[in-house]
Ligand binder design. Sequence first.
Ligand code: PLP
Length: 393
Amino acid sequence: MTSKDMDINALARETRLVVATRRFSEHGIVNPPVYHASTVLHPTMDSFLSRHSSFAYGPWGTPTSSALAAAVATLEGGHNATICSSGLSAITTTLLSFLKSGDHLLMTDSVYLPTRRFCDDLLKSFGVETTYYDPLIGAGIAGLMRPETAMVYMESPGSLTFEVQDVPAIAAAAHAGGAMAVIDNTWSAGLFFDAFAHGCDISLQAATKYLVGHSDALIGTITATEAAWPRLDKYYKQLGQCTGPDDMYLTLRGMRTLDVRLVRHMQNALEVAGWLKGRPEVHQVLYPALPDAPGHDLWKRDFTGASGLFTILLVPCPREAIAAMLDGLKLFGMGASWGGYESLVVPFEPFSHRNIRTLSADGWGLRLHIGLENPADLIADLESGFQRLNAAR
Ligand SMILES: Cc1ncc(COP(=O)(O)O)c(C=O)c1O
């Protein structure tokens, strides 16, 4: 409930983004205050020893972190949320909180590469075995479940190759086998995909991307169901996860305009992706919102929109020709962390770190983040890039 006694969860997501955290405001000021705090003073010995007050110790939370957590939980439609220092720390905190030695983890083969490295290295050293599954497996995941499978982890669409997963089918099979269902929901920003309505127990995000939206803060969020919350809350605190108050405030501020920004990202991306589809240099466009793109039917069934991130697979050409294209781009910056207002490009070799090939891809891939610029300017930038690529072949 907010100060006006509204049931915020009965409101549309766009409205929730605007009114979230109103109850944290002070003196009638619209935005919640930013508390810089490590020490919390207690008036009495009893108060100190019981630590019953809401904010008893800096690392356990402040009104700033509570305001952001409440806003994230209401955006995602979960019970409660925690705030981590980066998207990757939200991922590792989730894995460490819910897995123990002897457990088996089913991990999508299309996962964000640093998640894979964590599973193959530190998590393995703790005695957790990871099996990578075909992201397109759907209900067939039931065949990979073992008695010791404790978690099925999804990321949809997948990193770089954008496979759309059948989340309800996978989550149902996970639950039937006694495992929990976790999703990296960064691409949809929690706005275009309702992870909890599709059966997930945990929805995590690199809030660094669209929630912050301005490429100026690193932050992660983990939202949980009521059943998953107590364990997450306990281990999150034991792991010492904390985030700076200014970064939390920037995230909350970014969330107010998430809806309008994402709709524009989608409109621009559809225009640029549609143009790219007709280019002879492009073998395939991997943008699920584009009719005929891989995963379009599942995307249409489960998502209410698409963000601005997609991949094009190039017709095979020499690396030097791609460098000639990318090095001369004026509007597209070459950089990895997406979700800000600006357009980006990242070259990669598809399936270089994968066990399972889900597409035929003989050439390089370019992952594009389509920003808020006018799409005609972006197309002109790419068009002159293709001219340089063709001249350097
Ligand atoms: C899908 C996905 N999840 C998580 C992360 C990690 O986010 P961060 O950079 O905040 O650690 C990224 C970063 O690119 C990502 O693309």
